[in-house]
Write a protein that binds this ligand. Structure first.
Ligand SMILES: [Fe+2]
Length: 151
């Protein structure tokens, strides 16, 4: 389990911390420049900002409290159950964000008239979405089920 947690942090948390900060201004710029032509870009921007804040807060919480709690021997079972429930709820919210983002961007497909920045923003959003899906799969599909059934 320590190896799984290390892999989640080293691969997916590190990627998110690297990818999110430069992507925010790029998405904002594309929304400002092309929002008139593609009104859904304003919603993409709002959703991205919300999702980025949600994701960064989750990384911090996992690293500082949830993972240490799960890995410790003799953690209070009620505390573990509450942490697992919180992580699961957060995962659902992020999956909803991803689905909405894909819908708003026609599956991250730029329109024919899109400029280089627009295409780059969508390509990077798609990369983020793919990484986040794998990340959530490791946490929700691999890590948390180890605690399922605990009182
Ligand atoms: Fe995570």
């Amino acid at each position: 389990m320590a190896a799984l947690v290390a892999r989640i942090i080293d691969r997916h948390h590190a990627y998110a911390r690297r990818a999110l900060p430069p992507l925010g201004p790029l998405v904002a710029k594309v929304a400002e420049v092309h929002g008139e032509h593609e009104p859904r870009l304003a919603e993409v921007r709002r959703l991205f900002d919300e999702m980025a804040a949600r994701l960064l807060a989750r990384l911090d919480e996992e690293e500082s409290s949830t993972f240490p709690l799960l890995m410790a021997r003799g953690s209070d079972p009620a505390g573990v159950a509450a942490a697992v429930a919180r992580m699961t709820a957060g995962e659902e919210a992020l999956r909803d964000d991803l689905a909405r983002l894909a819908e708003l961007t026609d599956g991250f497909t730029p329109p024919g008239w899109a400029c280089r920045s627009y295409r780059l923003a969508l390509a990077q959003l798609e990369e983020l979405a793919d990484d986040l899906r794998r990340h959530l799969e490791l946490e929700g599909g691999d890590l948390l089920p180890r605690f399922a059934g605990r009182p």
